[in-house]
Structures are given as C-alpha cells and as structure tokens.
Design a binder for this molecule. Structure first.
Ligand code: Q46
Ligand code: ZN
Length: 321
C-alpha cells in the first residue's frame, strides 16, 4: 500500500476516501479535513478565541492539537465529573498533554465546587447519569466560555459520534433534536457559539492521529456508558460501513445538505423564548435552570469552596414577552 499523495509506504488506510497515507501526509489530511469543516460551516473566525472541551480521550486531545497546529488561539477546559478512577485517570492524560506543550488549561472539578459527583448527583435528581452529565457539561462549558471571554466552544465530536446521534434521532423522528444537529450552534444571548470541527474525521483516524503525534490518551470508556444506546447505533453503522465504505459520511453529510433545512426553523425559535435563571442568570425557559435544579437536589457546595457561588454571575436580561 502506497501513500496517495507522495507514494511512500502507507501507514493508514482511509477506506471512506479510497485512500492510504504515509504518516506525514495523514497528518496533513487530518488538518485539511478540520480546515474544510471550519470553512464550510463558518465555525471559527479570524482572531477568535477558542475554548476546547477536553476529556483526556483521543478526540478532544487530537482536536486541541489540530486547532493549535492550524494556528488558532485555543485553550482547554477540563471538567472533573467525579466518576471515581475514571476521572482520576482522565485528568492525568490532559495534564501530561498540557505540560509537554505549555498550553493553557482551565480545570473545574464538579465535586470540589458543587459538592457532588455525576453518579451521586444523577441519583439524587433521579436522572440517568449521562443526562445529568450532559446538562452539567453544557451549562459549565458555556459559563466558562462566557466568563473567560471565549468566542467559541469546540468539542471533539467526530463523524462516528454525529452519525450515531443522527441515526438515533431518525429512528425516533426526534424532529426537535434533528433541527439542532448542526456542527455549529450560533451564539445567542447568554450562549457562546458551539462547534464540532472533527465532523469530517472518523474515530479510527483520531486514534491514528494521536499515535502518530505521540499523544497519550485515555483508552477506557467511561463506566457510565455501558448499555448506552449510542454505542449500539455506532456498532450498527460500523457494520454498514464495513460492507459499504463511505455510507457513514454519505448519511451524515447528506443530512446536513438535504435533511437539516427541513427541521431547522423550530430550533431557532426556541432560543428567543428564554428568560434568565433565578439562581445563576443562565438562559432558561422559566424559573431555575436545569443545572441549578440538579445542584439543589444533589447537595450544597462543599466546604472550603469559594465564598461566592460560582453559579452566580451577571446573566442575560430576561427577554420581554
Ligand atoms: S462522560 Fe458523562 Fe459520557 Fe460518562 S457519564 Fe455519560 S455522558 S458516558 S461522553
Ligand atoms: Zn441556573
């Protein structure tokens, strides 16, 4: 197998593109795919500050690496979820990545600041762990971006992730979610822009990118992911992809160009109806936001945390009816 670009021996095959690459050309291929995603969807403007949500896994570390390689001013944000040994190990991968490269990392440990870890918080609020986790991440990433003056939050969702979410949404015809399944969610009052620059790259490519770049990452999955429907959708799509390379990209890219426009309008209307959370000021449909309700049902901030409640910050003015 020879590299498609330079004809040197190839180290990585990308069947979706019917191509193989040597190490140097593969890295270039990854940068090109990220550049194309950013340009096609207007994800990051010139001179904008990016906050990358890093978990210690391959996707988020590769994303951070790629954005820095492409010349963006990108800092990292790690959220400690309080998921026992999994969280302890994942933060150590993030820290080693940062130390070797002198990048700026913001760390926010949920148990230290709010007094509960995701498993206990979810149980107290009678939510499934991934739902409590997802809402905490959305809230805290957004808050950190606004507080730190970042223009955009970048997450490491790749093509496999997005195609699996799309399949789940299509299977249930979840039209509201389909309308929001864009790789860019524009900024609006109280919300920073959110982007997914890895949507043109698959999971295997991200793992290969990390190996070639010498990035050590957390291989173990979060223990809470077990039984997750998302993993089943990924497996189903992998079986289809194996039989027919390129199907996953055709499914997702076809949705963006031909399906999404039919679902989009409803999701934009949603955001104009929001007021301010009575506790933290974040945009919410009414009363307290879902994150503040989770904090209240899970417990008060732990002793020894800053006197000022970190949730409290100037929020957006309520939108007049
Ligand atoms: S970290 Fe959180 Fe994931 Fe773990 S609890 Fe679920 S959502 S599986 S990406
Ligand atoms: Zn709130």
């Amino acid at each position: 197998m020879r590299c498609r670009r330079c004809k040197a021996p190839a180290v990585m095959q990308v069947r979706r593109h019917n191509a193989a690459f040597c190490a140097a050309c593969f890295l270039r291929h990854c940068r090109e795919q990220v550049r194309r995603a950013i340009d096609e969807h207007g994800m990051i403007g010139e001179g904008e500050k990016v906050l990358v949500a890093v978990s210690g896994g391959k996707d988020s570390l590769a994303l951070w690496d790629l954005l820095v390689e492409l010349g963006y001013q990108a800092d990292g944000l790690y959220l400690g979820l309080g998921i026992g040994a999994y969280s302890d190990a994942s933060v150590s991968y993030v820290r080693s990545y940062v130390e070797a490269r002198s990048l700026k990392l913001i760390e926010l440990d949920i148990p230290t600041v709010y007094g509960f870890g995701i498993p206990e918080g979810a149980a107290a609020a009678r939510r499934v762990p991934c739902s409590a986790c997802g809402l905490s991440k959305r809230h805290l990433f957004n808050q950190a971006a606004l507080d730190g003056g970042y223009d955009v939050i970048a997450t490491g969702h790749n093509l496999d992730d997005e195609a699996a979410v799309l399949l789940g949404n299509v299977l249930r015809w979840a039209t509201e979610y389909l309308g929001r399944q864009e790789p860019v969610l524009p900024a609006s009052t109280g919300f920073a822009r959110k982007v997914k620059p890895l949507v043109r790259l698959g999971e295997r490519e991200m793992a290969a990118y990390c190996v070639i770049q010498g990035i050590e990452y957390m291989v173990e999955e979060c223990p809470m992911a077990e039984g997750n429907k998302h993993l089943g959708y990924k497996a189903a799509l992998n079986a289809i992809e194996e039989a027919s390379p390129g199907s996953k990209q055709a499914f997702y890219a076809g949705f963006l160009s031909r399906g999404l426009p039919h679902f989009r309008p409803g999701s934009e209307e949603d955001r104009t109806q929001l007021g301010a959370c009575t506790s933290c000021g974040a945009p919410t449909p009414s009363g307290q936001c879902a994150f503040c309700r989770l904090v209240e049902s899970a417990g008060a901030p732990a002793a020894g945390t800053p006197v000022a409640d970190p949730r409290r910050r100037p929020g957006p003015a309520p939108v007049a009816p």
